[in-house]
Design a protein around this ligand. Sequence first.
Ligand code: 5GP
Ligand code: MN
Length: 343
Amino acid sequence: MNISEESLQALRDLLCGDVRRNIVVLSHINPDGDAIGSSLALREVLVSCGHNVTCVVPNKYPYFLDWISGLENITIFKNEHDRVVEAVAGADVIVCADMNMLSRLEELSDIIAANTHAVRVLVDHHLTPEGGFDIVFSHPDSSSTSFLVYTIVERLFGTDIISRQMAEQLYVGMMTDTGNFAFSFLTPELFRAVAVLAGKGIDIPQIYNNVYNSFTEGRARLFGYTINRKMKTLMKGTVAYMSLTEAEMRRFWFQQGDSEGFVNYPLTIKKMKMSAIFIEQHDFVRASFRSRGSVDVDVFARRYFNGGGHKNAAGGKSFLPIDETIQAYIDAVHEFAAEGGLS
Ligand code: 5GP
Ligand code: MN
């Protein structure tokens, strides 16, 4: 990963002088381990530089992250609307972490747009970032935003500034976005960073257990049901899709985060190239896509589902009823395949 010295210098000028800044660190709707980990680590380092920092996410993080230390410093827009409006209005720096476009903040994006004076900083690893940022760290070749934050911190301050708590936050982001170090962009630099974090005394098996072995019984049963009853295949078993209605989720006492990771499972089948899950929400259907190798679900999600993300992991939305959404997906897969998108 090649971080520009010019962007680092701009950040140094902004943050390392004598001026105490009011900073808002934002991350995306349905925040995941990387969103929370990178935001909290940024907060910790900015606070240690003497700044006043508010971390904001649009809605709550899933329950399997609720053990992370420092989590009390995350403000949830949905629960504390007025506090967020005040912090954003008073911000002279706005940092967007782990998101490539303001629309990933949903309703919160209007409040951000209303602050026209703050310096805007992007720290992200998604493809096709939108414009409008003054200082840009956009690195789709970074396996997580947390690894990008680690690299920026190392370059600006060295690794002594990294506390055990911050190491834990960064590790959660690196671990979750790489599927416990199994996906793409697993560079020697990433493992050097992990070695530094391990040296801070974090408990790696404990972190793994806290995230991946802390689900409810309902979630385990919902997973079995989804794979057994709801997984369908197309294109001679090389494309899979699953769906969950609100009624099905209620049957299994669904909590936010319970369907996390389901979409990956069809890719444990050797010949599978692409997988999707459609989850019915109150007023739309949330879509998640995963793929292997050259199959580009960022392109697929952008083209057919008003979304995006990474080449092998992306998401999007549909405003059609769930049955029509699934039919639209089947049609899209055929079109995508006919154009060579699945080869
Ligand atoms: P997930 O399927 O786990 O929700 O998301 C996979 C990846 O796609 C994540 O990096 C996430 O940030 C991104 N993503 C998910 N939904 C959307 C969306 O609606 N729009 C965009 N641009 N990216 C999304
Ligand atoms: Mn991420």
